[in-house]
Design a binder for this molecule. Structure first.
Ligand SMILES: *Cc1c(COP(=O)(O)O)cnc(C)c1O
Length: 361
């Protein structure tokens, strides 16, 4: 499969692009190109087209607007010390995109095709990859149902698209995230779509995010749907708890029960923490254990992790059961060590012993 490439005839001028890339924010600017690839039940996947970034036109009766059949991925390309560009674990995103598609009854895109489109867009828009540590090109693959019709059934047409946006290091070392543990809303139940990266999960989460903001919190923490006590995730990120301190600390994360989104950053930190000599554990942690562990000092640090922010310290937790603060409310030592190690691997300044980085240029 090769890609049809039609370069934009109105790319952002070099000087303007450099200004934007120097202060990228997140999701503020999009690169000059995008990739589009159509699938139909009859003919399968078409030839992907790389072309100028532009609005698309869809029939108002396209199924995605009515029944929400949509999935996405989030991945990053990082500038390397030699000026090149490398992707972090793109095969893991390709594999998860397939699993999400299966759950949402969308077509499964072959991994090789997915990876080829990512590679082509990053090469084409290489000038949009920022240089500084913590900065990156954030890549957003997504797919949605385009069959025209209001009948409720899996769509027989789908559109895959790929866009990219330069991303700043949105991390404020002075501030840990404040979270609202929601006992009112549920993110995912067994048999539902919690493991799939689909837009619908996010649509269902926004009212809880708003409730968290009303409580003065940055993010919502989700607990399990059945017993309403086991900690699952934070917003669109997985959670880690540091038990104990120093070299004998245990790095703990809620296990994947079928309702958590299997984060690639979460998975990578399991390895990174073990490489750094820590004990690593996946299990269950209740809200009570969180509160008591923080009170006794057994839980010394908490952080959230995901592609967008990489690692974010979690400080104050609020809930209907009370408010408690981890440590001194500042990013912990082990949190920062893990963050810096992962970023070092991503930027090619720390040896990539797991062969995670895939060179694009
Ligand atoms: C994407 C996502 C994560 C983090 O996954 P990464 O692969 O690490 O980016 C965690 N939770 C939810 C709900 C997500 O959508």
């Amino acid at each position: 499969m090769s890609i049809t490439i039609t370069p934009s005839n109105h790319a952002v001028p070099d000087s303007e692009r450099r200004e934007k890339v120097a202060a990228p924010g997140f999701g503020k600017y999009y690169t000059d190109h995008m990739v589009v690839c159509e699938w139909t039940e009859e003919d399968g996947w078409g030839v992907p087209e790389l072309k100028a970034y532009a609005p698309i036109s869809l029939d108002p009766a396209a199924m995605v607007f009515h029944y929400g059949q949509e999935i996405f991925e989030g991945m990053k390309a990082y500038r390397q010390p030699d000026g090149g560009i490398a992707l972090f674990r793109p095969e893991a995103n390709a594999a998860r995109f397939k699993r999400s598609a299966e759950r949402i009854a969308l077509p499964q895109m072959p991994e090789a095709l997915f990876l080829e489109t990512v590679d082509a867009l990053v090469k084409q828009d290489a000038g949009w990859v920022p240089d500084k540590v913590g900065e990156s090109l954030y890549i957003r693959p997504f797919m949605f149902a385009t069959e025209v019709g209001l009948g409720v059934r899996p769509s027989n047409r789908a559109l895959y698209m790929l866009i990219a946006t330069p991303a700043g290091a949105y991390f404020n070392p002075a501030n840990a995230v404040t979270v609202w543990i929601s006992t009112e809303y549920v993110r995912a139940a067994l048999g539902g779509t919690g493991e799939a990266k689909c837009g619908g999960n996010y649509a269902a989460s926004l009212v809880a995010q708003r409730a968290a903001a009303k409580e003065g919190c940055d993010q919502v923490v989700w607990i399990d749907a059945v017993e309403r006590k086991w900690v699952e995730e934070m917003g669109g990120m997985n959670l880690y708890f540091v038990k104990g301190t120093g070299a004998s600390a245990t790095i703990f994360t809620p296990k994947l029960t079928g309702t958590l989104l299997p984060g690639i950053t979460r998975d990578s930190i399991l390895s990174v923490a073990a490489d750094l000599g820590y004990k690593v554990e996946e299990g269950m942690i209740s809200v009570d254990e969180w509160r008591d562990g923080v009170a006794s000092g057994e839980i010394s640090e908490i952080f959230a992790c995901g592609t967008a922010a990489v690692v974010s310290p979690v400080g104050c937790a609020k809930s209907a059961m009370g408010t408690w603060v981890t440590g001194d409310g500042k990013p912990g030592e082990i949190t920062m060590q893990i963050r810096n190690t992962l970023l070092g691997i991503q930027h090619g300044t720390i040896p990539d012993t797991h062969n995670w980085m895939k060179k694009v240029l």
